[in-house]
Design a protein around this ligand. Structure first.
Ligand code: NAD
Length: 357
């Protein structure tokens, strides 16, 4: 049976890194006989230019028909001054919420070959393997009411709403506990339950849920402490589960522990395991079109797609092994380059991974 994959290259470095990731996907498809069928669509600034909106209906229709989506990144200075409600990032939020992609999995793994690229000492980060499970369709990024209003005294006031329903907390909790079962059996739930009522409920629901998972150890941490612990003793964590905003910030901090944001894949899943796969980084307008971007985060996102949505773990292993082999060979894009290593561009890195497959 053929499986439909939607490719959304996006903006900035998106098209460059996606071209390399698609080459890897096609190579592994051929090798493993997966029967994939690729289709293309527009999201973000590219969609604004063509359709006047960042997530047009045609893209949504294709996304709904697809088993999985591979996205580059969206946004850039070209669209920074247009009206807020139709900026590229709104397209991303829309597709995530329309497809109910509520569970964002962001692994932070330090490849041993890159231990020197981390800003922390190798003994603190060597062997790091954390999975951050971030709630993606609720919390303060979506809460209503929101806006900027003018008060009676003429002063402007910005406001947002932080809220989570019990069912929203429960479903992201399940995802985290299930993931911990396949890893080292520990979940740390991050909240700000000493200040925010919404996260007091978050903590209560996580406690209730943990009764269904007696084999998984649950702990709680306030977000400020979690930020501190991530740079102090990051290896204490196995799975971290948290809300949308805290997850956004902590996963970027965890990303830097691994040396480069250019190495980190992510998956956003719905309740049936269908999902959108994308690198953790943005569209990097500063290096777009220069063959400088690291395509490995997008290539590793392909590996996550194979593992989580396409149920082809052996194909995922092949892609991850090919990436490791290329790093062993000393190939490095600028973001992970160090002395003695071979500096390569986006295309050469992608081609090396395909060759290693
Ligand atoms: P960014 O992640 O695009 O870039 C931050 C820094 O990391 C830059 O110096 C960039 O050159 C570097 N970098 C990022 N990816 C890289 C890669 N693959 N290889 C080498 N270096 C890489 O974040 P930003 O500069 O804050 O945002 C740029 C644009 O991207 C903005 O418009 C922002 O809204 C958008 N953005 C999109 C997403 C997304 O599509 N998911 C996420 C974050 C930011």
């Amino acid at each position: 049976m053929s499986k439909q994959i939607l490719i959304l290259p996006g903006d900035g470095i998106g098209p460059e890194i996606v071209t390399q990731a698609v080459a890897v996907l096609e190579a592994v498809d051929k090798q493993c006989g997966l029967g994939l069928q690729l289709d293309y669509g527009l999201l973000g600034g590219a969609a604004i230019d063509e359709h006047g909106e960042p997530c047009p209906q045609v893209t949504l229709d294709k996304a709904r028909a697809a088993e999985a989506i591979l996205l580059g990144a969206v946004g850039g200075p070209k669209w920074d001054t247009i009206e807020r409600s139709i900026r590229p990032e709104r397209g991303l939020l829309k597709i995530r919420s329309e497809l109910q992609l509520f569970g964002n999995l962001r692994p932070a793994i330090l490849y041993p070959q890159l231990a020197a690229a981390s800003s922390l000492k190798p003994e603190i980060v060597a062997g790091l393997d954390i999975l951050i499970v971030r709630e993606l369709t609720g919390g303060i990024y979506f809460g209503e009411p929101r806006g900027i209003r003018t008060l009676e005294n003429g002063e402007r006031e910005g406001y947002n709403t932080y809220k989570y329903s019990e069912s929203e907390i429960r479903r992201i909790g399940h995802l985290a506990f299930d993931a911990a079962r396949k890893r080292n059996g520990r979940v740390c739930s991050v909240d700000k339950a000493n200040v925010l009522e919404a996260t007091m409920l978050w903590r209560e629901v996580m406690e209730e849920l943990s009764k269904d998972y007696p084999d998984v150890e649950l702990s709680h941490m306030y977000v400020d402490n979690a930020a501190m612990q991530l740079v102090l003793r990051p290896k204490q964590f196995d799975v971290i589960v948290t809300g949308n905003m805290f997850g956004d910030i902590l996963s970027d901090a965890a990303a830097m522990l691994t040396g480069s944001i250019g190495m980190l894949p992510s998956a956003s899943l719905d309740k049936d395991g269908r999902g959108m796969y994308e690198p953790c980084h943005g569209s990097a307008p500063d290096i777009a079109g220069q063959d400088k971007a690291n395509p490995l985060a997008t290539i590793l996102s392909v590996a996550m797609m194979l593992r989580y949505t396409l149920a082809a773990p052996e194909a995922a292993d092949l892609v991850e092994a090919a990436v490791s082999k290329v790093l062993d060979a000393g190939l490095r894009t600028g973001d992970i380059h160090s002395e003695g290593m071979q500096l390569v561009g986006t295309r050469e890195m992608g081609e090396a991974v395909v060759a290693a497959l």
